[in-house]
Design a protein around this ligand. Sequence first.
Ligand code: C2E
Ligand code: MG
Ligand code: MG
Ligand code: MG
Length: 280
Amino acid sequence: QSKGAGQGHIQTYTAEVGVATRERTRLLHGLQQAFDRENLFVVYQPQLALASGRVVGAEALLRWRTEDGRFISPAEFIPVAEQSGLIVPIGHWVLRTALRALVRLRQDQPDLRMAVNVSPLQFAQPQFLAEVEAALSEAALPADSLELEITESVAVMGIERVSALLGQIKARGIAVAIDDFGTGFSSLSYLDRLPADRLKIDRAFITALDAGDATARIAEMIVPLGHRLGMQVLAEGVETASQAQALRLLGCDEVQGYLYGKPMPLDAFTAWLAQRQGGA
Ligand code: C2E
Ligand code: MG
Ligand code: MG
Ligand code: MG
């Protein structure tokens, strides 16, 4: 038994956890301040029908600009917000902000829908659905103008509860999308218990379409899988014309990605939409 080595290992481990915890605490404190000081904002990325090229909606994406003008990526701060519970008030604020933006956008295109990301913790709040309905009626928007994006990780709250809540959401006419499909831990056996309107294929699979390897074969199978389960399929992170062409051949319904438009502040989105409608 090498006792010394064991202790050394434990000390190193503790030191690393200490650094990670301090870093998380610092981020959390910064995020809380950013929320209080209105340094969080929402950008909007277009979603298009692939066959017609028509803009059908937008996804609301959260941004954090620090006091000194740096941007911190959601990949970095969303997990911290999630662990601390701060995602609940922030997520509610994103929802209300995005719906106000949708009211503005629907002046130019009345049938546009808005997709909003919902974290598992938010989704598990008992008052979640009531708050969503209140936000919709506050904005005087029809239920089907909103799409809630959840990931397979909501299954941690128990598939029975998730299924029941999704049933209630759908009964109200609110749309649901399963985000990042193919990257989650859950198995296909969950998929038929998650009644959703749309399946969003994760960008990793779309990138693979250009490589034409085994991962590309999986992307190709997700489209008919979604259709067989009665869902529309949207491809995320489309960056090249050849990816778009492959998706067209596969019968994918909708697309979102830099090829069409990056996430934009509301004013830029409005201008972008006007330019497209002008036939530009
Ligand atoms: P997501 O919901 O899957 O959003 C799609 C991400 O892909 C966005 O990253 C978007 O900017 C990026 N993206 C879109 N098209 C392309 C492309 O063609 N190429 C590349 N390289 N990237 C593309 P973003 O904005 O950094 O957000 C990352 C993740 O953070 C989101 O993934 C979502 O899970 C989370 N997130 C963002 N906003 C919110 C929010 O308001 N609430 C919650 N709970 N999560 C959010
Ligand atoms: Mg999303
Ligand atoms: Mg996604
Ligand atoms: Mg994601």
